[in-house]
Ligand binder design. Structure first.
Ligand SMILES: C[S@@+](CC[C@H](N)C(=O)[O-])C[C@H]1O[C@@H](n2cnc3c(N)ncnc32)[C@H](O)[C@@H]1O
Length: 453
């Protein structure tokens, strides 16, 4: 019977339930010890960059060993289905393919999707060697040398002012010629492989300040020669491909389209049916930290991946270009953070609110696609912005429960400094390289694991 007060009663019940969840979370996180076995300090860069993991730099990527251990602990059958809604450069996806699992995922960043696809698709090594030699010799052929006018540079005219901003005239023309020759390649798998190499070398061939995570020019920089950088990087990728080819099961290599189900798109819409996925391993963006669209702008403009850069940026979760007017947060911990921040900066409070609302929607989608008995593992650190503690992990743990998950496990790990940046610019909240930062970022992070009963 409706007594006219049911929505008020529902609301009170919901708040009491939320209060219990929020209080329990605080307790769990405060008392948690660091588990050193999850820091992976013993691994060298050659281990963390094994197979195709060295194809392309990517900010805040995690290491394959962490994904492997989660697979070891939670997957016990050979035909598993794995998902990562924020693929980045594909650490989870490549690891899934290496074990013969089906991999589903999204990233809104078009460069990320290209990198993930290429990193997961191993190529028959001899064929690849032949194609690389052909590319390099056609660029180096005295008849069509890069330094005369026989190849017409392919320079996206739409973004010419940005390209002129970042590249010297000489490198611009040489890169344009390389791109022209790459686009002449008919085999799409090979062409994409070359495009990833091309994308990777752009920063060192430009006047982008070395090591900077913000788009900053260094007018004194001596940019690397594109042909040399390409040749060196293709050699490295060739070795990576060989190593991956040796571990991916033959039936997966030969039917990669059946195993690799990834698309450019939003984390709230996964290319996976209801109740189909065994395990999700993902690390979300952080609020106002990296602006991925800005960071990959050199690749985006050269590969002509976005019609309108400003509109493109708004689709990224955690970006400062976004706010929600008509949606409400469920997490009490998040509301408290937003309240505290609004006393310091209304704008930043709105950005944080939008981030946590977006993540609540991502968790709903994770719940939809997971099988009963499946788990989602979200890797996230806490941070501080304008003096306010942004306890992301606590909010994630709370929000996962509102989406229907049981909070299964929290792993607290230390991040060895060689793997992730540990500094932030206190004023903007953005990640910064160690010499330009003034605040600790995430020396500690959590793996928050939800279980779908
Ligand atoms: C921390 S990174 C993931 C790194 C990844 N774990 C790896 O190892 O490379 C977060 C990713 O979220 C992506 N992202 C941001 N907004 C998104 C959205 N709305 N939908 C899907 N992906 C998004 C970013 O482009 C970025 O690649």
């Amino acid at each position: 019977m409706n007594d006219g007060n049911s929505s008020e009663n529902d609301c009170q019940r919901h708040n009491t339930h939320n209060n219990k969840v929020a209080t329990r979370n605080f307790h769990l996180f405060n008392t948690k010890e660091v588990d050193e076995s999850w820091s992976f300090v013993e691994y060298k860069p050659s281990d963390t960059g094994k197979w195709t993991h060295g194809y392309h730099r990517y900010p805040a990527k995690f290491i394959p060993q962490l994904v492997e251990r989660l697979f070891d602990e939670y997957i016990s059958h050979t035909d598993a289905q794995i998902n990562d809604p924020f693929m980045g450069c594909g650490t989870t996806i490549v690891t899934a393919i290496s074990r013969g699992f089906k991999a589903y995922g999204t990233d809104i960043n078009k460069v990320a999707c290209l990198i993930t696809k290429v990193k997961s698709t191993s190529i028959e090594p001899q064929y690849l060697n032949k194609k690389i030699s052909q590319l390099l010799s056609s660029l180096n052929d005295p008849q069509v040398t890069l330094f005369d006018d026989k190849i017409e540079p392919l320079i996206p005219q739409k973004h010419l002012d940005r390209i002129n901003y970042w590249f010297t005239e000489e490198n611009k023309n040489e890169l344009g010629k390389i791109l022209r020759v790459i686009y002449n390649e008919d085999d799409k798998i090979i062409r994409d492989f070359f495009l990833v190499a091309f994308s990777h070398i752009l920063k060192s061939c430009s006047i982008w300040l070395q090591g900077s995570t913000k788009p900053t020019r260094d007018l004194k920089k001596n940019p690397v020669n594109p042909y040399d950088a390409l040749r060196r990087h293709l050699n490295k990728m060739q070795r990576g491909n060989y190593a991956l080819h040796n571990v991916v099961p033959a039936n997966v290599r030969e039917n990669i389209d059946k195993y690799l189900n990834i698309k450019i798109g939003d984390a709230r819409k996964q290319p996976a049916p209801d109740n189909s996925v065994d395990l999700i391993v993902s690390s979300s963006p952080y609020v106002t930290s990296y602006e991925y669209a800005d960071l990959h702008q050199l690749s985006t403009i050269w590969l002509d991946l976005a019609e309108d850069l400003t509109e493109y940026k708004k689709e990224f979760i955690g970006t400062s270009y976004k706010k929600h007017e008509n949606k409400r947060l469920r997490s009490l911990i998040a509301m408290d953070i937003v309240d505290k921040m609004s006393k310091k900066s209304k704008k930043m409070a709105k950005e944080i609110e939008a981030f946590f609302i977006d993540m609540e929607e991502v968790f709903e989608e994770s719940f939809r696609i997971l099988k009963h008995g499946g788990r989602c593992c979200y890797i996230i650190g806490d941070t501080k912005l304008k003096g306010v503690d942004i306890i992301n992990a606590e909010v994630f743990a709370e929000s996962l429960q509102y989406s229907g998950f049981k909070l299964d496990r929290i792993i607290k790990r230390e991040i060895p400094s060689k793997i992730l940046p540990q500094k932030r610019d206190e004023r903007t909240g953005r990640f910064a390289s160690n010499h330009e930062a003034n605040s600790e970022a995430y020396p500690i992070e959590y793996i928050v694991i939800g279980f779908k009963e």
